[in-house]
Unconditional design. Sequence first.
Lengths: 113, 115
Amino acid sequence: DGGITQSPKYLFRKEGQNVTLSCEQNLNHDAMYWYRQDPGQGLRLIYYSQIVNDFQKGDIAEGYSVSREKKESFPLTVTSAQKNPTAFYLCASSREGGKREAFFGQGTRLTVV
Amino acid sequence: EDQVTQSPEALRLQEGESSSLNCSYTVSGLRGLFWYRQDPGKGPEFLFTLYSAGEEKEKERLKATLTKKESFLHITAPKPEDSATYLCAVQAFGAGGTSYGKLTFGQGTILTVHP
């Protein structure tokens, strides 16, 4: 089945640690995105990538980093510079042409302990 | 800057009681308006895309409509399994008519349907 796989589902981070969230898709989509969701707020865009080896900052990129070495993969690193990392992180992908609806993974819940 | 406002924030219905959710938007040039359903602890599930004013889409008990300023998600005779958060998002054309696909989301409407 085609889809987007995020791992892990739950992640705990100690203060000062960097952690990496995985996102893999087998939909052959060109574009991939990372969103953050906090209670009572809509999804906010962290980073997006339209093609391999290229990515752009979204609205809340500070304290995060990404890479896009393969079309299928778009990992997100939450660095120690992110002051409030506890949130629900969602990865999505979409086609660049034609129907552009984004399809989401099941999310990773990150908690700072 | 693109903006999306959803209302109400929360809606409680009795099973069978039809109602509508609202999504008001401002965008420089609308490429598409999207509706998603999100269950607790899960990723959003795609429902509909609307591209131009006057367009309508239906799926089971849900019907989405679009005007130049807002979209409605009509729920007819809802069932408890329709309980979820419904998210609206807009995608704008970028400079030169291109679009990188960024979706701007509203805060969502939490729908609860009681048996």
